[in-house]
Write a protein that binds this ligand. Structure first.
Ligand code: PLP
Length: 376
């Protein structure tokens, strides 16, 4: 089946009692056990609503098994804790979601897990690998500069050394990138973003091959970050339109990126779909669409960052991303505020950088709003 069809149909468990065509919401946390081999229980990640969504996501990510979590961070931390132990070593990309960065440096380090942050090239990953390296963790496209890591190069390196690879596929979504087809072991998502897609749901997911199922499920059951039935149902409904939404958002982002690149008050545009983007060729190889996230730099002719944000009439200055509505933020003051100013400067996050999550509005309305705020 194609992804459009998987979004609508995969995993659905129609109601045999009533003939209802949707998966019913099973609110029970207690299930009878006499004469049963498997007993559903929410924190065992095996209730019907959890399993219906996992089946859909497995189809989309070409995975054999998966777990749904109450947040993206629950998915990330459970995955890492499941796969490494004290004394072992993780190689991690330095351009990384802020929460993941904070979790590695502030929490995992306390349990004796060592880590090394590296640049995006395969050479920097290769140079950081030690005898005790058990995991390579990547994120592409990156937040907020939309850097691209060559997934195939990284998985080839890892497989050669028996190292497990994990990718945070939140920015691309399974519609634009399917990392397991490029050899990645575990795909994690903040479902709060594109998978939910309406800025009203907090959830996460990990999708993987059968061989990692026992370790991940064991850690997940111990850590207890499961998603409740009502939220599973909301996510299942959202996923039915994932392809429609993300395709339109991706198309809009290309139009907005082209508009910004031509605008005299914008000094730089970071979007993997632009031929000027350093990761364009790799993105073209490993993504089926360039995604709906972009960032840009206000130039000398543009107003101050705050003035620009306040002038916007439709695009909402808001945290988070991936919703049907376009949202914008300045990473220096929001997602990357905890980084030191020097570190921000080193990775290229200036106070004039804006990150735009492009929604499903008409592209002309988006460019008109940006144009008037830039000072037309
Ligand atoms: C938001 C986000 C997360 C964390 O997800 P939550 O649902 O907020 O816990 C992880 N990775 C990326 C890339 C994100 O954008």
């Amino acid at each position: 089946m194609n992804k459009q069809t998987q979004c609508v149909h995969s995993g659905t468990r129609p109601d045999p009692q009533t003939g209802g065509i949707n998966t019913p919401i099973f609110t029970s946390s207690a299930f009878t056990y006499l004469g049963k081999e498997v007993n559903p229980y929410p924190r065992y990640f095996n209730t019907p609503n959890q399993e219906a969504v996992v089946a859909k996501l497995c189809a989309l990510e070409e995975a054999e098994d998966g777990l749904l979590f109450s947040s993206g961070m629950a998915a990330v931390v459970t995955t890492i804790l499941a796969l490494v132990r004290s004394g072992e070593h993780v190689v991690v990309q330095d351009e990384l979601y802020g929460g993941t960065h904070a979790m590695l440096t502030g929490l995992l380090s306390r349990f004796g897990v060592r880590y090394r942050f590296v640049g995006k090239s395969v050479q920097s990953f290769a140079a950081a690998i030690e005898e005790k390296t058990k995991l390579i963790y990547i994120e592409t496209p990156t937040n907020p500069l939309l850097g691209i890591v060559d997934i195939r190069e990284i998985t080839a390196l890892a497989q050669d050394k028996g190292i497990i690879t994990v990718i945070d596929n939140t920015f691309a979504s399974p519609i634009n990138q399917t990392p397991r087809t490029l050899g990645v072991d575990v795909v994690v998502h903040s479902g709060t973003k594109y998978l939910g897609g309406h800025s009203d749901l907090c959830c996460g997911a990990a999708l993987f091959g059968r061989e990692h199922g026992d370790r991940l499920r064991h850690a997940a059951i111990n850590l207890g970050g499961n998603l409740n039935a009502e939220a599973c149902s909301l996510l299942e409904r959202s996923l039915k339109t994932l392809h429609l939404r993300v395709s339109k958002q991706t198309e809009n982002a290309a139009a907005v990126a082209a508009f910004l690149e031509e605008h005299g008050a914008v000094s730089a545009v970071h979007y993997p779909g632009l031929t000027s983007h350093p990761g364009h060729q790799v993105a073209r190889r490993q993504m089926s669409g360039f995604g709906a996230m972009l960032s840009f730099e206000l130039g000398g002719k543009a107003p101050a960052t705050d003035v620009f944000l306040k002038r916007l009439k439709m695009i909402v200055p808001a945290l988070s991303l991936g919703g049907v509505e376009s949202t914008i933020c300045d990473p220096a003051r929001t997602s990357h505020a905890k980084m030191s100013a020097e570190e921000r400067q080193r990775v290229g996050i200036s106070d004039r950088l804006l990150r735009l999550s492009v929604g499903i509005e008409h592209p002309d309305d988006l460019t008109a709003d940006l144009a008037q705020a830039l000072g037309g």
